[in-house]
Design a protein around this ligand. Sequence first.
Ligand code: ZN
Ligand code: ZN
Length: 423
Amino acid sequence: MKITIHRGTDQIGGCVTEYEYKGWRLFVDYGEQLPGTPETSLHVEGLTHGDLSRSALLITHYHGDHVGRIVELPEELPIFIGNIAKAILEGLSEHLGHIDDKQKALNTRLKSVNTFLPGQLFKWGEFKIMPIIMDHSAFDAYAFRIEAGRLKVFHTGDFRTHGFRSGKLSEVIKKYVGKVDYMVCEATNVRRTANNIKSEHELQKEFIQAFTENKYNVVYLSSTNIDRLFGLYHAALKAKRPFYVDSYQKKIMNIVAGRDTIWGKSRLYRYKEGREPKVLHSDGDNFRVNEKFVDFLSDRGYVIIARAGEKFDDLLSHIPAEGRITYLSMWDGYLDKSKAAYSPALAKSVGSNYEYFHTSGHCDMESLENLVEMLRPKAIIPFHTDSPKTFAELFSDRYQVLTMKDGDTFRLSSARASIRKRS
Ligand SMILES: [Zn+2]
Ligand SMILES: [Zn+2]
């Protein structure tokens, strides 16, 4: 088996990996590069052009840096994504499709995308693929155990070990993966130390306390950060505050709450009977606000899940606000003018007076090492990182670390391997 990382050896977004065996090609992810990164265009035989009859593309999860550019790929290329991830992505692209042509095209492309389920092995030509569910800030996110010939590779996707569902990771690895020959590993947080990564549980506790102490609460978070969203829903219930979302957000929550899957059975994704999230009703371009609603809010308080834009700005200007706390529950780089990801719309809606309640969707390096210990790979290939060098410095005294360059092809084998530059 050979591996080529077409993009992502020294950047976080837009990773594209290829596994090749006996003429069969398995690609993983095809998304956007992060804002501010010099754009690299890909021209890959068997993916963007050429003979596609023995090619397929696997998508680890629905974040834009992993799936955002699939519309540019030839229509005959088979694409595979997690079952619920597809439903969420359909909901998202349908919602945004009214204002964004790229999302509209994505919504159309999704109709022909195939799905897989966690723990259910499937084959593509010479490859055997086992989807392993991982905890991440995207729901239904996967790592893959990829086998061909006598080799076994673990491709991590994006993941963390401090989420609500992370406790099951070692059990899942033992049952579905075991030891592997190679680990192709995301290393987003390579330059962060473990002690500044808060667990999703700790964060939820802080929210419960804050919602209890403060009557009026507005939280800005990514509408597809499902675990956070359900965590906030339960936090509001515990604090006895009415929990409000708009109809789009409710639809996304229902996709997860309504599915009878292994994760769906978790209490986190269940609505308490008679206490479903309340839906903010629209009246033309704005939300409907009447006297009864205002009276109810001033009596009970609220937790409102808001998004950037005039619709929520208008709502918030018409409801009780004395002592209101605004929480930013997503990466604060969006509010940092010096960053390429800066969002003027979000900055306008959130304002300057907010509390930062957030934790990373990626694991720290200590936890990553625990996973390495379980998998016992011959070598680790870091990617989805802006500092492969730091990764090598951290791990190479204990493990063999292969730092590749974009476009390099490496022959995975039990013998000592060499990196061959692609012409
Ligand atoms: Zn991600
Ligand atoms: Zn990512």
